[in-house]
Design a protein around this ligand. Structure first.
Ligand code: ATP
Ligand code: MG
Ligand code: ZN
Length: 349
């Protein structure tokens, strides 16, 4: 049996299957019902929260032959062609690799031709913040007054990099990070459909690691399922796959700091970089680890294992480290690493 990644197999095809972006779905459906559709939209927010998904459902809805209550029917020729990716009415552009003036000129030329079938040509432009200044300027006029059969949907994960000239010509929608409960709930739905056995606690842990992104959540879950295919996926197994390495590395780093072992610390950072890990993420995760040490020092509640989401084995390690640290020291480390995290955002080194 071949296995298709969950996040690819289950891209929502209708508004009803989208989880956690109620404010956006409701507004768009109301516009569709009232036939008051905008001509330019800006979808912004964290990766993997439904921007491309909703853009495609919207493209179906505006072209659908029998829309129901603002939703595409999913059955008509237009809906089917768009779902299959074969419709000429949905044009997906990756602005990261097509960011020049020439690319935009080609789009503008194409915009002049009405759709051969259906009502709207929908241009979905991903990574819109990557457009060069020239490309943006070339696009402005078309974006402001496109032909009435054209809709632009710009998507970006980095809204501060979208200039006001573009922003003011679009309706802006902010996609929210999706809550742990909502991600876990969607995972439960999909694992039930797929007949995958998994503990609730395991799903909650994966959902937490997803950090607000449904795609990250599903692909982390995929990793775990692939590792233990056909078995019950337990909390302990998930920890082993997703957490164990980190905790071990963090523990080493803490020990280096405690021992003033600069060489050891440098070697460890080198190792992380060589493994191709993202340093910003590493720092963020380490701050989380320090926070756990702090909690351990502050309390000796019996259910710490659950509270911190760590295995019994790691809890023992954590306790050992917590015992060697002063509360003030931990707070200071958190300060230092928080500042570092801010700096890393603007530097590659
Ligand atoms: N709100 C959601 N409800 C249900 N599934 C979702 C949602 N958001 C994302 N997903 C899942 O994650 C996958 C990727 O989502 P999508 O491509 O819409 O993300 P995106 O916001 O466009 O991300 P990026 O910024 O990386 O382009 C989808 O195929 C779907 O499986
Ligand atoms: Mg996308
Ligand atoms: Zn339809």
């Amino acid at each position: 049996m071949s296995y298709t990644a969950l996040y690819r197999k289950f891209r929502p095809q209708s508004f009803e299957d989208v989880r956690g972006q109620e404010h956006i779905v409701t507004t768009l459906k109301n516009q569709l019902k009232a036939d008051r559709i905008g001509h330019a939209y800006l979808f912004c927010g964290t990766r993997g929260t439904g921007k491309t998904t909703i853009a495609k459902i919207f493209a179906k809805a505006v072209n659908c032959e029998n829309p129901q209550d603002g939703s595409p029917c999913g059955e008509c020729a237009m809906c089917k062609a768009i779902a299959a990716g074969s419709s000429m009415n949905v044009i997906e552009i990756d602005a990261a690799s097509n960011n020049g003036v020439e690319n935009v000129r080609t789009i503008i030329e194409e915009v002049a031709y009405p759709p051969v079938e259906g009502r709207y040509k929908v241009y979905i432009m991903d990574e819109a913040h990557m457009l060069s200044e020239g490309a943006r300027n070339a696009l402005l006029k078309t974006l402001e007054e496109p032909p009435k059969y054209v809709i632009f949907i710009l998507a970006t994960t980095e809204v501060p990099r979208i200039p006001i000239t573009i922003m003011s010509r679009c309706q802006r929608y902010d996609f929210k990070r999706i809550s742990i409960e909502t991600i876990a709930g969607r995972m439960r739905e999909l694992t039930d459909i797929e007949g995958i056995q998994v503990e609730d606690k395991a799903l909650t842990y994966v959902a937490k690691a997803a950090d607000g992104s449904m795609r990250d959540g599903l692909s982390l879950l995929d990793q775990c399922v692939a590792f233990h295919f056909g078995e019950l996926l337990t909390y302990e197994k998930v920890l082993e796959i997703l957490g164990a390495v980190d905790t071990e590395v963090f523990s080493r780093l803490t020990r280096c700091i405690l021992a003033d072992d600069i060489i050891g610390g440098m070697a460890l950072v080198e190792e992380i970089v060589m493994q191709g890990r993202d340093l910003s993420q590493f720092v963020t995760d380490y701050i989380w680890y320090l926070r756990n040490l702090m909690l351990l020092k502050a309390s000796d509640a019996a259910d710490m294992e659950e509270l911190l989401n760590v295995s019994a084995e790691h809890l023992a390690l954590l306790k050992e480290e917590a015992a060697q640290l002063e509360m003030n020291g931990i707070l200071r480390y958190i300060d230092v690493f928080t500042e570092l995290s801010g700096r890393l955002r603007f530097s590659g080194q």
